[in-house]
Design a protein around this ligand. Structure first.
Ligand SMILES: Cc1cc2nc3c(=O)[nH]c(=O)nc-3n(C[C@H](O)[C@H](O)[C@H](O)COP(=O)(O)OP(=O)(O)OC[C@H]3O[C@@H](n4cnc5c(N)ncnc54)[C@H](O)[C@@H]3O)c2cc1C
Ligand code: FES
Length: 274
């Protein structure tokens, strides 16, 4: 059966309503629109004459859509030149979300970099259901920790780790997550961030037989399943449609998970295990 055209599949030109500097190189771009998305889903942003790129939804409530974006290359450098009132195209939401399981009592969320964005929304939804949330937030240094104000305002157990020890525990957030997994009993583990971090979390959850959900980012073009740009080797699963959020057990069976991803040309880029 032909899939019905989503009203947002045509990019909708929206003025930037507000811009908030979150960390040294991450800004949240707000738009006066609500997409009724679920945590872990993403939109595709179009900058005319530049490109289209996928971004996770960081806020989608009270008539406000927020995308927290790191300045890394050509597209995001252009976006960072944009001011309030400038127009960009938005289509979506797309992709599979993180899901809270019926009967969950305590969950563990592990995020790094802008991966914290969808997990923050998931945490507020879990709290609203009376679920206890342990939230691990990691970054290289204090000034790169995303959403600290937002997270501190929530009734969660917040665990911080920085590589240089400038805030919270010195070391990797995955070590903190492993300790928590050894100490507490969790119903589900959720993770989003750099893939090598995610892989460690997925493996640690699997060792403890705790179900895990993980977001796998791959190069995306269409965003809704027709171009094949985001397929995983072997299974061919499209990370824009059957992902980005998949189960940890599925991720563990994928030969490229935690090893490499592909760029626009199809060339493999191996993850840097520094
Ligand atoms: C599902 C999903 C959610 C994402 N959410 C966010 C987010 O919330 N915030 C954020 O800052 N970034 C997010 N990204 C990554 C973001 O799309 C790219 O970092 C961004 O497009 C970089 O573009 P650039 O031209 O500035 O840099 P480039 O120099 O072109 O790219 C830098 C790196 O970004 C990745 N990238 C580039 N183009 C794409 C593409 N079309 N699809 C996927 N990855 C790409 C590649 O790993 C590349 O090496 C997400 C990606 C995916 C797939
Ligand atoms: S981005 Fe086109 S199929 Fe996934």
């Amino acid at each position: 059966m032909e899939r019905p055209l989503h009203p947002f599949e045509q990019p909708r030109m929206l003025p930037i309503a507000d811009i908030v500097q979150e960390t040294e190189n991450v800004r949240t771009f707000f738009f006066a629109v609500e997409l009724h998305s679920k945590p872990g889903q993403f939109v595709i942003m179009w900058i005319p004459r530049v490109d289209e790129k996928p971004f996770s939804i960081a806020y989608d409530e009270d008539g406000k859509l927020g995308l927290s974006i790191a300045k890394v290359g050509r597209f995001t450098e252009k976006l960072f030149e944009y001011k309030k009132g400038d127009l960009v195209g938005i289509r979506g939401p797309y992709g599979s979300p993180f899901t809270l399981q019926e009967g969950s009592k305590r969950i563990l969320l592990v995020g790094g970099g802008y991966g914290v964005a969808p997990l923050a929304t998931l945490a507020s939804q879990a709290l609203a259901r009376g679920i206890t949330v342990d939230f691990c937030n990691g970054a290289r240094t204090k000034t790169q920790l995303l959403f600290m104000k937002r997270l501190k305002a929530m009734k969660i157990h917040l665990h911080i780790a920085t590589d240089d020890g400038s805030e919270g525990r010195k070391g990797f957030v995955t070590d903190v997550a492993a300790e928590l997994l050894a100490k507490n009993s969790y119903d589900v583990v959720y993770t989003c961030g750099p893939e090598l971090m995610e892989q460690k979390v997925v493996n640690a959850a699997s060792e403890k037989n705790v179900p895990c959900q993980v977001s796998i980012e791959r190069y995306m073009k269409c965003g809704f399943g027709i171009c094949g740009a985001c397929c995983l080797d072997g299974s061919g699963k499209r990370m824009c449609l059957e992902g980005p959020v998949v189960s940890g057990e599925f991720a563990r069976t994928q030969s490229e998970f935690g090893k490499f991803h592909r760029i626009a040309s199809g060339h493999k880029i191996f993850f840097d295990a520094r």
